[in-house]
Design a protein around this ligand. Sequence first.
Ligand code: PMP
Ligand code: GLU
Length: 401
Amino acid sequence: MASKVRLARRICEVQPSATLAVDAKAKALQAQGLDIVGFGVGEPDFDTPGHIVNAAASAMKSGDTKYSAKRGAELKRLIVEKLKRENNLEYKPEQVIVSNGGKQSLYNLCQVLVDEGDEVILAAPYWVSYLEQIRLAGGKPVILNTTEATAFKIAPQQLEKAITPKTKLFIHNSPSNPTGSVYTPEEIRAIAAVIEKAGIYALSDEIYEHLIYGDIKFLSMAAISPRLKELVVTVNGCSKTFSMTGCRIGWAAGPDEIIKAALKFQSHATSDPAAFCQAGAAEAYASRPASEAAVAAMRKQFDQRRKHMHARLNRLKGVTCLEPLGAFYCFPNISGVFGRQFNATRVNSPMDFCTVALEQAGVALVPGEAFGSSQHVRLSYATSMDLITKGLDRLEKMLNG
Ligand code: PMP
Ligand code: GLU
């Protein structure tokens, strides 16, 4: 029977976040007593470093439970210092917005930059929320497909060809969720040159900046030239770097007018994030030796898990996985499994694969469809080595057994 509720068209055309949905489903099954290995959500399993927790707790105890104008000013000053120190970018605190997660900064920016019918270019496979955020702003996503042949990276010519008079924005994400690919500084410069020439805006989502394994050096797109600093907004946050997903602290830095507009938008939507969480974030940026040591320790463990999961995935029949060089995801190609049957269920798509993996092997994965791929699934290795082994044993039994 058709629903009587008359929701706005805007929300009916949007899909829920698949990453969060897979996690919720896995946790609901676990709550029913089922033994599920969750590779769904991209959330570090490490405790938030102690000095950050202590700073947030003592801020809360000492009354930092109000609107956060004062606390916010301190955090913005520390973000300005971080951008100068780590990214060679100079901003004033007024050019920074602190939001409820990087997700909200991105949402704000789509709302203030994208008009009805504007084209927004992004590479696929893409992080699930970009597409819906573009649509929620009335924009038209223009997808540049990539494959393993280019390590899931676009060529500058691909971007150049996609630009039309309607193009307003390009979304860049390196290290990438979901593919784990990382652009080299040369590759970023080549893409940036196209943006500069066309004079379009870009969002550079740098949330996995500190999770690069190997030799590629991180480069912020906005730091390449003064003109690019006028076109590129840098988005980052504390969720992944400091294992603070639940604190909801993300931020963006960019041209005055864009950030001013985003602040105006956020002032009506949510206001700023919780003051005591901002105090924790301030501590993360201020107490550098402790934070850098904590991040290095987490990165080291992610790297071991990455190698282990990647090697095990490549032993599965019908599965091939490119080595991910950043973030904390493996993105194997499972098209070699298509056509096979598992207990009378035939697998013909990533969604089918994930259903069978969950129902028959007790392993939760995110289907590639959520990221614009019809051949891949995503596994997060932000979970313990034991669980990676257990989950891969189960997949191996299902596929090779
Ligand atoms: N960008 C990317 C690419 C992500 O993977 C995430 C993770 N959810 C975010 C932005 C936003 O993270 P958060 O809102 O927790 O800061
Ligand atoms: N970015 C993470 C993921 O892709 C967290 C979930 C989300 O916010 O979508 O799994």
